[in-house]
Unconditional design. Structure first.
Lengths: 887, 186
């Protein structure tokens, strides 16, 4: 060798971590790359230098633009060499450098020459490199060669062209689609990989043409596809055809026979693909499932971990929807609990937890206990979730399951894992009354040594709500008070609140709670001291919050349903004055979309009943401000709710109009947002003529026209209606936009003097009951429900008729009521036969409303619903039923 | 480097997201990414670190192993001090991935004459890089048969190339390669 290639230690033979690239450095390698420019090219040397550059890039080092360009140009010199090995390394290098468009031109002619070379390797690689770096214009030049290459006798060349076609289809689909005939020919190739690539490309060319895909699948499923990979593709395409054929009608599914025949294929990957496709068919029957489950069961005892994993993962999914179909595999599944691959073991356990019956629970729990110690946190969370649902399924087993949860709670683990356990215990406490006291006790023990502030405060809050109602509340006090002594300020503050709750509900404990709270007055933290002071006054009857015990309890236990962002904004806007801050004036609706025009905080006088200046971020406040600046509307009182804008025109028409419904106690204002999309026109005196004959309760009181509506500068016109006070009146309105149109010369902007009166039909709009309901969340539905007067409860049952699905029925009812779904209950699990949905809201007149909906679906998709309502006003409860009955 | 990747849906074609060859400390020998899931260098390193540590204690020597995390499935195999990984999205057919891994490990074994260890791999890094290039193109599986892969790489090797080490070793390897190439091309 001419010079030492690498720096190396003399005694490297003795060194264990000898590294051929030791001490390699980008600058030096780039120096070496000058060798590419030598008139006499040394192929071996050049290859080595390319390898070094590739090594540097592979380690994550990058070349600057200048360095890259320099290397690229010197590499192109190497096209002069005829050495095939060097050529191969060059191809790799060019792809890695991903040259710029200007640089690409330097190599296209050389690569095009290689594309027509007699050497197969040159042709194949030149195609791959070109397709990675070219743009549309060059593609047109080489298209002819690519089409030829697709049907090349050499499979490597054909595959290179087909795979390039798949990539190019993303950028130049119109070109690649012209290759259809050649690709179709390649599908018949004897070379298995060519068949695979051709089928993939052919499908992608045709995928938006359903008929063509169906024809493709029908012709190929008759046999002629030999390659296992191509077979896997065909299975995917066939199941797509099944899916799109609407499936699920009575009788045979198209192509099901084909899927089933693939279960007997030689190649395991094909069997797996087919089995998985069958299990994923929508509305799959147990007869259709059986053969697929059988082959998967065989895979469970394979010696190959990948195969076992694939099978158990598929069965685990099936168990969610068809637990009975999987029970046959339970014995194989149980032996997988001790599988050395922990992913497999976890999947096996969670499958068993889904398919197991009540009698096997204890045995399973024993096996799982041994296994928990050596799996990662993320798997543990999966197991904990499975146990939670198992416990809800077999409530009688709560004792052993609760025991298990408390045991793992004591062991090491990260926050997410501990949170999953605590959440599970909380769920059990909530849903299984017998489990309450044990669960609370375990949680008490846990917070004695809990490093997560979030969990400690969550548990303390729960204890405050549940602990006083247990048989012996006094035993919890010690645990709570220990927090006040031992923990950080956040936890201490939470503990003070919890103590207060015990004091409020348990009279016998009150004197002792007072002693404890008084000690907290000397705490070093402001918040802790403040809370202690407040609670001492409240409990001591020095009424700050209310005269009666009920009001005290409402203060302590009531859910805080004002969004904190709104409260924060309101407090920032509040200016100290004679009038105290009124919390009921804080808007309760959470607005995700702030208005574009943020107005500066107003300086209006605040009053206990009058409108207050609210948070700048909330849309309703921006609306309120702009409305109250119109004198005619100022007397309407406080704005209750503004709807989201509803379009009254089709997209891309001459005039775009949307409406926002503003609801007041005794009025409704319709705000029409208009915009003019014609540059040659100026509209003047724009109004909306409303026919309210289908809205009996509404009487038009005022119209505020829009003086002028120039092109591309939106404006508003308003129409106000009077309606009976506090009544949620509904109705339909038909609308016509009226205006005077004047011609405008877009070039000069000159407006003609004379205008013409014209009108434009708008779509109808409706005021519905949902417009009178604010979506207001509650933090804890159950507590909120229980704290409402049971006397206000109204329950009734409804038949909703045949529905597409349970989820569709649930969403329909939610949107009729316009309420806020709580605790994620708007989501209906796939295939479930029943569902409970919890809703909260505030009805006009500031009446808090909670709704509990229980749905059930029968065989022929008949949906029945039980509706229970509680609200601050029994009349409103009745009203909710009327709404549902009429909707 | 600023490659643009296209993520193909599982519907149309099985897709590989990356191929990794790491040493017994988790350091890179050769890696290739085919997905935009990891754009920054740091994101790639973080993924490699997490794959490496998650699989370190498993026994993936006689049979290929598999794991699933963060929405990916990874099939892997260890040979001496080399750790081979192939990654895909978690809805991919595991056995297709396993065939890619098998193509990778066995073609490397052929090319390195069964001397599959870090030092030899680095000495013949050109072969390893070409090997990866012949297995997957932009995420799409190009070839999985180890003999075909090694054959394509070996024909392309520079004749009698001397690897980056002492003459004696390199000569031995060069002859080995020649033998291999000949036997493969018969």
């Amino acid at each position: 060798m001419a010079q030492p290639m690498l720096k190396k230690d003399d005694d490297r033979d003795d060194e264990v971590d000898y590294h051929p690239f030791f001490g390699i450095e980008k600058g030096a390698v780039l120096q070496e790359a000058r060798v590419f420019n030598d008139p006499q090219i040394d192929p071996r040397r050049c290859s080595q230098v390319i390898t070094k550059v590739l090594y540097i890039l592979n380690q994550g080092d990058t070349l600057t633009q200048i360095e890259g360009t320099e290397v690229f140009f010197s590499v192109t010199k190497l096209f002069q060499s005829k050495d095939p090995g060097l050529r191969r390394m060059m191809y790799l290098m060019i792809k890695e450098l991903s040259p710029s468009a200007g640089e690409v031109i330097m190599v296209t002619s050389s690569l095009m020459k290689d594309m027509n070379s007699k050497t197969d390797m040159y042709r194949a690689n030149a195609i791959r490199v070109l397709s990675r770096i070219i743009d549309g214009t060059i593609l047109a030049q080489i298209e002819r060669y690519l089409k030829q290459a697709i049907v090349d006798k050499n499979p490597v060349v054909a595959s290179a062209a087909l795979v390039s076609g798949i990539h190019l289809l993303q950028t130049s689909p119109e070109v690649v689609k012209r290759w259809s005939n050649e690709v179709q020919e390649a599908v018949q190739s004897r070379a298995s990989l060519v068949q695979f690539h051709a089928l993939a490309l052919l499908y992608q060319i045709r995928q938006h043409d359903r008929l063509a895909v169906t024809k493709l699948v029908t012709s190929l499923t008759k046999g002629s596809v030999r390659s296992p990979l191509a077979q896997c593709l065909l299975i995917r395409y066939a199941s797509q055809v099944i899916r799109e054929s609407g499936a699920n009608q009575a009788g045979e599914r198209p192509h099901f026979d084909y899927l089933e025949s693939c279960l007997r294929h030689k190649a395991e990957m094909v069997i797996l693909e087919a089995a998985r496709a069958i299990t994923e068919l929508s509305g799959v029957t147990s007869r259709e499932l059986t053969p697929a489950i059988t082959v998967l069961q065989l895979f469970l005892s394979s010696s190959k971990p990948v195969l076992r994993f694939a099978a158990v993962r598929t069965l685990n999914k099936v168990a969610m929807t068809h637990p009975l179909a999987v029970t046959n595999c339970n014995i194989d599944m149980e032996s997988l609990i001790s599988d050395s691959n922990r992913s497999i073991a976890t999947l096996a356990i969670t499958t068993l937890l889904k398919t197991g019956n009540e009698s096997s629970v204890d045995r399973l729990m024993k096996q799982i206990t041994n296994f928990m110690a050596d799996i990662a946190d993320e798997f543990k969370i999966v197991v904990v979730d499975a146990i939670r649902s198992l416990c809800l399924k077999f409530p009688l087993k709560y004792r052993s399951l609760m025991n298990f949860l408390s045991n793992i709670l004591r062991e090491e683990g990260g926050f997410e894992y501990k949170k999953a356990i605590v959440d599970s215990i909380v769920t059990l406490i909530r849903d299984i009354p017998e489990a309450k006291e044990i669960g609370l006790f375990h949680l008490c023990e846990f917070i004695e040594d809990c490093e997560f502030t979030y969990l400690s405060t969550q548990i303390l809050h729960l204890m405050g709500n549940e602990g006083p109602r247990t048989s012996d509340p006094s035993k919890y006090i010690r645990y709570v008070y220990n927090r006040v002594i031992l923990e950080n300020a956040t936890v201490r503050a939470a503990a003070v609140s919890t103590l207060a709750k015990f004091g409020a509900l348990v009279d016998s404990l009150k004197p002792r709670i007072f002693v404890l709270l008084r000690r907290c007055l000397f705490d070093s933290d402001d918040e802790v001291r403040d809370r202690a002071t407040l609670y001492l006054k409240v409990l001591g009857g020095e009424a700050v919050v209310g005269e009666t015990e009920k009001e005290t309890n409402e203060f302590l236990f009531g859910s805080f349903d004002i969004p904190l962002v709104n409260l924060e904004a309101s407090l920032k806007n509040y200016e100290p004055s004679e009038t105290p801050f009124d919390i009921s004036s804080v808007p309760r609706e959470v607005r995700s979309q702030p208005l574009a025009e943020k107005k500066a905080a107003g300086k209006k006088p605040t009053g206990p009943t009058g409108p207050t200046s609210g948070p700048v971020v909330s849309a309703i406040d921006a609306y309120e401000k702009s409305l109250s600046s119109i004198p005619e509307f100022a007397a309407f009182g406080k704005l209750f709710k503004s709807s989201a804008p509803v379009e009254l025109t089709e997209a891309e028409t001459e005039y775009a109009v949307s409406v926002v419904k503003h609801i007041y106690d005794g009025h409704v204002i319709l705000q029409f947002n208009c915009s003019n999309t014609i540059p040659e026109q100026l509209l003047e005196n724009v109004t909306v003529l409303i026919d309210a004959s289908e809205a009996e309760d509404f009487a038009e009181v005022y119209t505020k026209p829009l003086r002028s509506l120039p092109y591309d500068s939106p404006g508003q016109t308003f129409v106000a209606f009077e309606k009976p006070d506090g009544v949620p009146a509904v109705g339909k309105f038909s609308n016509i936009l009226k205006f005077i149109v004047k011609e405008v010369d877009p070039a000069s902007g000159e407006v003609e003097e004379d205008g013409v009166e014209d009108e434009y039909q708008l779509e109808e709009l409706e005021v519905t009951y949902a417009d009178y309901m604010l979506k207001v969340p509650v933090s804890n539905f159950r507590n909120a429900w229980e704290s409402m007067d049971p006397e206000s409860e109204r329950v009734d049952e409804y038949g909703l008729g045949a529905r597409e699905s349970l989820a569709e029925a649930v969403n329909a009812v939610i949107s009729i009521l316009g309420m806020h779904p709580c605790e994620g209950t708007e989501v209906v699990a796939n295939n479930s036969r029943s569902h409970t949905c919890l809703l909260s809201g505030v009805f006009i007149g500031n009446v808090k409303v909670l709704v509990r909906l229980s749905f059930g679906i029968s065989g022929p998709k008949e949906v029945a619903m039980k509706l229970a309502v509680r609200s601050d006003d029994p009349d409103v409860s009745d009203r909710i039923h009327e709404i549902v009955a009429s909707g | 480097m600023g490659h643009e990747f296209r993520d193909y849906s599982r519907e149309s074609c099985p897709t590989v997201k990356n191929i990794l060859l790491l040493d017994s400390e988790g350091k890179r020998v050769a890696v290739k990414y085919y997905s935009d899931d990891w754009q920054a260098h740091a994101a790639k390193l973080a993924f490699e670190k997490s794959v490496f540590t998650k699989t370190l204690k498993t026994n993936a020597r006689s049979e290929a192993e598999i794991t699933m995390f963060d929405g990916y499935i990874v099939v892997y195999k260890f040979i001496h001090d080399l750790h081979f990984f192939v990654t895909a999205g978690d809805d991919e057919n595991e056995l297709i991935l396993a065939s890619v891994l098998q193509g990778f490990t066995e073609s490397v074994a052929l090319l390195l004459r069964n001397d599959v260890e870090k030092r030899t791999a680095l000495e013949n890094l050109d072969l390893i890089l070409l090997c990866i290039d012949e297995i997957v193109d932009g995420g799409i599986i190009l070839e999985t048969d180890p003999n075909n892969i090694a054959g394509k790489v070996a024909t392309n090797a520079v004749d009698g190339a001397v690897p980056f080490s002492e003459q004696t070793i390199s000569q031995a390897l060069a002859t080995a390669r020649e033998h291999l190439a000949r036997s493969l091309l018969k």
